[in-house]
Every structure is written in structure tokens, then in C-alpha cells.
Design a protein. Sequence first.
Length: 423
Amino acid sequence: MAAVSVIEIVATALFAAAVTHTFASSYFARLVHRFPTHAGLWHLLGEVEVVFGLWAGVLIAFMFFYGGRAETLLYVEGRKFTEPMFVFAVMVVAASRPITASVRDSVRWLARQIAPRLPASEPLVLYFLTLSVIPLFGSLITEPAAMTLAALILRDMFLSPATPQRIKYATLGVLFVNVSVGGVLTPYAAPPVLMVANTWGWDMAFMMATFGWRSVLVVMINALAVSYLFRKTIVGKADRMESGETPIPAPARAAHFLVLAGIVYFSHHPTIFIPILLFFLGMAAAYPQFQNKTMMLRESMLVAFFLGGLVVLGGLQEWWLQRILSGMSADALYWGAAALTSIIDNAAITYLGSLVHGTDAAFKYSLVAGAIVGGGLTVIANAPNPAGIALLKGCFQDGAVSPFRLLLAAAGPTAVAALVFYL
């Protein structure tokens, strides 16, 4: 067993500090009002999306002074930042007005067809479809894109600062769990599956047969449960076009969906999807009348910064995490992976598990299923979660989401997912 280096120990300590900071972010947000003199500092420390990037900066500074410039650059440049870059690109494009309007109109049309056949109002059916159909649609357009679209519809149609806290947290918990589970019908859309699909030869047919039907069942149960629970209080907000907004013609919508499809198709190749993004920004600048007043650049960059920090800090956790995973039975691995996902990105867990040699089919299923199940428990559990936080936190008190209340809200939907994937 290899000796643990000083840098690995420090990195683990900083990782623990980052996790603790994440759970304390709502506390810092409250300090903005108590100590307005330093409101900027407290606001910065209360931004969940900043946490891991901030502590990753501390790690890089330590590595620079302890190990030197060459060792620091060797480590940082050896990390893969494709996922943060992809999430940034897909969030910017998916949040554009032609795409969000098209998805919202499609889901509203479906709600209008279904509502008369059910003892439910159209807003309630729309709420249910947003928490069920769009997360499952993530298996095609990737989970980050599905999270962006669902969060924007929930923000614009259902959630506001005046919405009762219990509804907002219950909605967020179901959204996070359903997006984590809903992207596993294909081998490329969910980050924890993507990390192992090629290594283990998991194709579309395998994913549909092994994970697909379980995913659909979990998503439908969770969305139905929260919809029924708040059936008397879910009311849609007025959906009126803002004054001066230009109707979006079909060619403009088609062009945006082609850009999104290109970014998703080349999601592993930043040398291609970044130029596609730059082309999109040029197209948006050429036709500003088809865009929102502000594009989602700030929120997307913050999410990318969060994930980039997670990549830097997470890369030095292998020394303890792989030892834990390799010593577990299939059942223990399933529940252990679900628990570890609350403090470690689930894609990192499956990647490290894939490095363990001599594993059987039960080990592989337990590792990935457990990582998927726990993907909604915290903001760091699944790569799309920071995107949901960035888009919805303005609806919550003090503009911050309490990690503890999110954990409690996601516990029920997570339990449903855990039972379905275990049995």
C-alpha cells in the first residue's frame, strides 16, 4: 500500500473544509444582514457555487509553496476540466429564450391535453410534468441541460420568495433526485454512468434493460407524490410575454436546438463544443431580440467554477476513497456509495470504483446504482445540482438554500430511489 503524501493529507483536510463550508453557506448568507459593513465578504462566502473553487485555490497555493511551480502545474494541467466546461456551455445554450420557451410551450401543451382527463388543474399537471418528463428527457439532452430547463420553468411558473418554504424545499429535493435518476436511460447523459460506460461496455440496450425501467418508476413515483402532497397549494404564476419581447420564429428555434444538439453530441470534446458555444454567442449577439435581457453567463460561470474546484480537490481523494470502495461487498457498496455521494461527487465515486480490478457485475451495478441514488442529497452530490441551486436560490429566504433542509427534503425521494434500485 503506497504511502500517503503530505499534499494528499492537506488536500483531504481542505476537501473536508469545503464540505463543511458548503453546509454553512446559508449561515454566511444571513450574516449579510447582521454585519452589512462586510456584506460583500459574507455574500461571497455564502455563494455555494464559490465554495469548492475557493478551497481549490487554497490547495493550489499550498502546492505551489510546498512542492514548487513544476509539481503544481503538472497536477493541475493533468486534471480533466471537460465536464465543467461542458456544463457551462450547455447551461448557457439551454437557458436561451428560444429553447426554454419551446420546452415550456411543449410541456404546457401536454398539460392542456392531460388535465381535462384528470381530476387535477392544468398548473398541477404542468408541475408534475416538469418534475417527471423533463428529468427523463435528460437522458437525451444530458442531465445539466435537463436541470437548467426544469429549474427555469419552476422558477418562472411556480416558485417565488412568497412560496411556502416547505413547497420549495420539497420541490428542490424531488428535482435533484429525479434529475440524478432520470438521466440513466442512456450511457452518456449522467456523469456517474459516463465515467464507466466505455470501460465496462455498457451500451444503450444494457442501460435501458438494467437501469431504465427503474429510473422511470422512481421519477414518476416521486413527481406524483410531491404533486399529490401539494395538490391544493400548487398554483401557476401568470405567464405573460414581457412588453417589447419579439415572438420567436421557427428557424430561430431550430437553429438554437441544432447548437444544443451539437454541444451535447461533442460533449467529450471541448475543442469542438467550445467553438460551437462561441458561434452561439455570436448568433445571440446578432439577434438580441430573440434572447432574454440577460443571458445565463454569470450563473453558468459560477457553476463551472464550482465543478472545476471539485475536480482539483477531488483528484487527491483517491488514496482513501478507493481503499474504502475496494473492501466492500456488493450490498455494502450500494449503500456506501449512496452515502458517500452526499460528500463526494458521484461521478468521482464511479470513476474510482472503475479502477478496482477483478470486479463482477454485482459490484459494478451496486457502485453505479448507489451513486445515482444519492445524487440528490446535497449540492455536491451530482454535477447538475449547482446549476439548480444557481437558478433557484433567488426564490429562497436570504437568497440561499439551506443544505440541511435540502438533505431532509431529498431524503424521502432518495429512499424511494434506493428501494427501487435495490430490489
